[in-house]
Design a protein around this ligand. Structure first.
Ligand code: URP
Ligand code: ZN
Ligand code: ZN
Length: 470
């Protein structure tokens, strides 16, 4: 059945205007002011923004990590994402040394294909580069549509890859048309600092931050940028947390290197002092890279405003406080790293960014949706509101106020890192390919309705789309 969204204000990364929008067969078929009803179901969006569905380029759903597995899987994680206004996630498919890439990808399909309620794609981790991996990479791109590879420069003896692997991944990505992503922290230096802290009896959560200094992130970011230039390749730095790293990215961009940077709401809103909360509550705030001294927040906001950082991902990687985070009681290095954020990413950026005058409304749309869709080969099918694009739509009330709480969130975890925080603006209804997933703040979607997305090669679809006004 056709759907007509009427009376709303359409907001894209470039434009804000009043128009109605017709959805047919899951795609946007008309945008204009005199669209004939023609039997369509009318959805009134008066007083609301009509936004492209959020594209979250950084999630870890049902991911084994730190001796446990992230609590939110493709069911609870994508439901929570939809409540928060996200209609596409790109999740990290982990690989093991010696395992074929094909087998790793099959594992991730098995986790997701009957559970996801919104569309999803995968990035692929490269933990080692050798002839077997090299042989599989073109197939991964052509057959699976996986056009981004992730290299961890940290988590020694677990996920960390060496510089040869990073460099060869950059060379291959250039050759085959993929984007390399890095977790940029110097894992060797951190490993040493962690051992020393524990030897000295420093076991509390705050030592997680103190053993992962900003210099370790800045150094790794600069190294990855230099190797990208040397390989004449392309790089996306995930979860930039501090000035040291943001400045390395800006510097490399000024030198003509094809490098992009993502930050996350936690680095924009929370800070290092949260790790000092009593009763081991600091463990709830253990992310890698760690939360930083508060002054870094202004640098990150400014980098988003001026385009030096281009996306805001969630880095959703949730663990219960009871039973998971507490694995690290008495040894901060055993606290599983990460937090629940998939649901609040969009609201936090709107409330803290747009409402506080730090970014414009159109920048907000670019940061939560459009830019990620472009960089990761989904645009213009995803990431904008244009005729011919998927009808992934968020009807967003910019006036409603709410308090973030684990009592009301839809993630599976037993706490919310933003507990008690007031935000303005909330998705009211969310559609994925023309079907309601959230309607009037209630879940009405279907498990398994989310489709796996084969993505275009890096740079293939950066063309602009025209909006055909009726
Ligand atoms: O602490 C974090 N960020 N956990 C998720 C894994 C990663 O490094 O992205
Ligand atoms: Zn990471
Ligand atoms: Zn991550």
């Amino acid at each position: 059945m056709k759907k007509l969204i009427k009376n709303g204000t359409i907001v894209t990364a470039t434009d804000t205007y009043h128009a109605d929008l017709l959805i047919e067969n899951g795609v946007i078929s008309q945008i204009g002011k005199q669209i004939s009803l023609d039997g369509a179901e009318v959805i009134d969006a008066k007083g609301c923004y009509v936004l492209p569905g959020g594209v979250d380029p950084h999630t870890h759903l049902e991911m084994p990590f730190g001796g446990t597995v992230t609590k939110d899987d493709f069911e609870t994680g994508t439901i929570a994402a939809a409540f928060g206004g996200t209609t596409t996630v790109i999740d990290f498919c982990l690989t093991n040394k010696g395992e074929t890439l094909k087998s790793a990808i099959e594992t991730w399909h098995a986790k997701s294909n009957e559970k996801a309620v919104i569309d999803y794609g995968f990035h692929l981790q490269i933990v080692e580069m050798n002839d077997a991996v090299l042989h599989e990479l073109p197939k991964v791109i052509e057959q699976e549509g996986i056009t981004s590879f992730k290299v961890f420069m940290a988590y020694k003896n677990v996920l960390q890859a060496d510089d040869e692997t990073l460099f060869r991944t950059l060379l291959s990505a250039k050759e085959f048309g993929a984007l390399v992503m890095v977790h940029a922290e110097n894992g060797d230096v951190i490993d040493y600092l962690v051992k020393k802290a524990l030897e000295q009896g420093n076991t509390d959560p705050i030592y997680h931050a103190l053993t992962r200094p900003p210099e370790a992130e800045g150094e790794a970011t600069g190294r990855a940028a230099t190797l990208t230039g040397l390989a004449n390749s392309q790089l996306y730095v995930v979860h930039v947390s501090c000035a040291d790293s943001a400045r390395k990215i800006a510097e490399a961009r000024n030198n003509g290197i094809d490098i992009w940077g993502e930050t996350c709401p936690q680095y924009l809103v929370l800070d290092q002092s949260d790790l000092e909360r009593p009763n081991f509550e600091g463990a709830k705030y253990v992310w890698s890279p760690p939360l930083r001294e508060k002054w870094n927040q202004d640098v990150l906001w400014n980098a988003l405003k001026t385009g030096q950082l281009q996306t805001v991902g969630s880095d959703q990687c949730s663990f219960d406080f009871n039973g998971q985070k507490d694995l690290g009681k008495g040894d901060f290095s055993k606290i599983p790293n990460g937090g629940p954020i998939i649901e609040d990413r969009v609201s936090l950026l709107f409330s803290e960014g747009v409402k506080k005058g730090r970014i414009t409304l159109n920048q907000f749309v670019d940061l939560i949706s459009t830019r990620a869709a472009k960089l990761f080969g989904l645009y213009p099918r995803k990431g904008t509101i244009a005729v011919g694009g998927d009808a992934d739509i968020v009807i967003f009330d910019p006036t409603v106020e709410r308090t973030i709480s684990a009592e009301t969130h839809h993630m599976a975890v037993d706490y919310n890192a933003f507990e008690g925080m007031q935000v303005i603006g909330e998705p009211v209804s969310v559609l994925s390919r023309g079907e309601f997933v959230i309607r009037d703040k209630k879940f009405v979607g279907q498990l398994g309705a989310g489709q796996y997305l084969k993505r275009e090669k890096y740079g293939a679809n950066n063309q602009s789309v025209t909006t055909n006004l009726v």
